[in-house]
Design a protein around this ligand. Sequence first.
Ligand code: HEC
Length: 247
Amino acid sequence: MGELGLNKIFGALLATALGLMGLATLPSVVFGGEGGHHGEHAEEMTLGEKMCEQFHHCVEIAEAASTGTAEAVFDLGAALLTADVAKGERTFAGQCSTCHTIAPGGANGTGPNLHNIVMAEKAHMAGFNYSGPMSNAEGGWTYENLDAWLKSPAGYMKGTSMSFAGIKKDADRANVIAYLAANTEGAAPFPAPMAAPAEAAPAEGEAAPADGAAVPAEGEAAPADGAAPAAPEAAPAEAPAGEVAPT
Ligand code: HEC
């Protein structure tokens, strides 16, 4: 094929290319500015995205900025130490008691009776009509689980039948949890505050000095001695184990 043939082919390619370009700009013509702008932006965006993909810190920084400082470290142990049971009782009366009783032997209402709920198995009231997810949920109501649950029931357990938005304020939540503990016979000690110096972590297994059933007496949280019927699932792996053991 001679030069002329090649030219024809190039011509055809060019025509096709032009045709495609025409098609590409069509949306902007048909649908107004949006399509065309979108096209342009898409190119900028993908460039930005590409850069983020290649330079991972891009994402990491964004994440750190959003979670790292804002609320990542809520010290439940510390919050419980200073929790106010009386305030918790008031919050319970205002926000929970429409659905829950908490006195021993109290009737189930829209929600189950909550006496002895701390460290209880999930779906602890035989005979209450729990949702599927709650019935099948693993683990018990550790302080950590109660905290996560009460912060956002639906977020903690998708499909739960407890229609309650959650208590967003950490201190309010801690107060309610302390109130639940005050209504749990022989409630486990509160988790230790994070702030405690990490040096005291020698005795892992049985650092528990048996100083009776450490019931967190109304509000003034017993210093956690790690003896808690160990939070089965919620215990963060690197939790300062059994610290501050008052002997
Ligand atoms: C609108 C009614 C309603 C309100 C308000 C409500 N709950 Fe519930 N709660 C329920 C229902 C229903 C369930 C059972 C959920 C399921 O089966 O998924 C439940 C379950 C629970 C459980 C788990 C019980 C178990 O046996 O495992 C706890 C703990 C709990 N609620 C605490 C609270 C606290 C504390 C408040 C107030 C801050 C509160 N709830 C407010 C209806 C409510």
